[in-house]
Design a protein. Structure first.
Length: 149
C-alpha cells in the first residue's frame, strides 16, 4: 500500500472549504483524474454514504465504490474503498494560525495489483499524484477566493 500526504494552508474559512469538498458534485472538479463520482445510496453525505467513482490514470481507467467511514462536520471526511480499486482518502480541516485561513490535510492510500500490471500502474501513479495535488490545491483555493470576495 502506498500513502501520499499533503498539507495546504489556504485563505478562506474552514466551513466553506469543508462544504465544497463534502459536496459530491464538486469531486470531478477538484479531484484530478476523476471523471465520475455519483452516489449509490439515498444519503449523499456522512457516514454510510456510498459513491461509484471513475478515475483515469494515464491510459488506465480505474473504478471503485467508496463509502464514507468517518465524518465530522467541518473537520473530517474519510472515504474507504469497498469494491474495485483499493484506495482511501482522508480530509482533515482546521483553522489556520493566521486569521482567515484554513489548513487542509489530505491522506491518500492506494493498493496496486501485483505483477506487471502493478508495476506499470505504479509508474503512472507517482507523476499522476503530484499533478493531482497541485490541481486540487489550485481548484479549492480558487473556490475559496470567490467566496471571500
Amino acid at each position: 500500500m502506498a500513502e501520499i500526504r499533503h498539507t495546504a494552508t489556504m485563505r478562506g474559512s474552514r466551513e466553506v472549504a469543508f462544504a465544497y469538498v463534502n459536496d459530491y458534485r464538486n469531486v470531478p472538479e477538484y479531484m484530478f483524474g476523476v471523471s465520475d463520482f455519483r452516489p449509490i445510496t439515498e444519503v449523499t453525505s456522512g457516514v454510510g454514504s456510498q459513491f461509484v467513482t471513475t478515475l483515469k490514470v494515464g491510459p488506465k481507467t480505474l473504478e471503485s465504490t467508496v463509502e464514507c467511514t468517518e465524518w465530522v462536520e467541518n473537520e473530517v471526511i474519510k472515504l474507504t474503498s469497498v469494491k474495485g480499486f483499493g484506495a482511501s482518502t482522508e480530509w482533515y480541516f482546521a483553522d489556520g494560525d493566521e486569521p482567515g485561513t484554513v489548513v487542509a490535510d489530505v491522506v491518500f492510500d492506494y493498493t496496486l495489483p501485483g505483477g506487471i500490471a502493478g508495476r506499470v500502474l505504479g509508474g503512472l501513479m507517482e507523476p499522476f499524484v503530484a499533478q493531482a495535488v497541485k490541481h486540487t490545491d489550485s481548484v479549492i483555493s480558487k473556490h475559496l477566493a470567490t467566496q471571500n470576495d
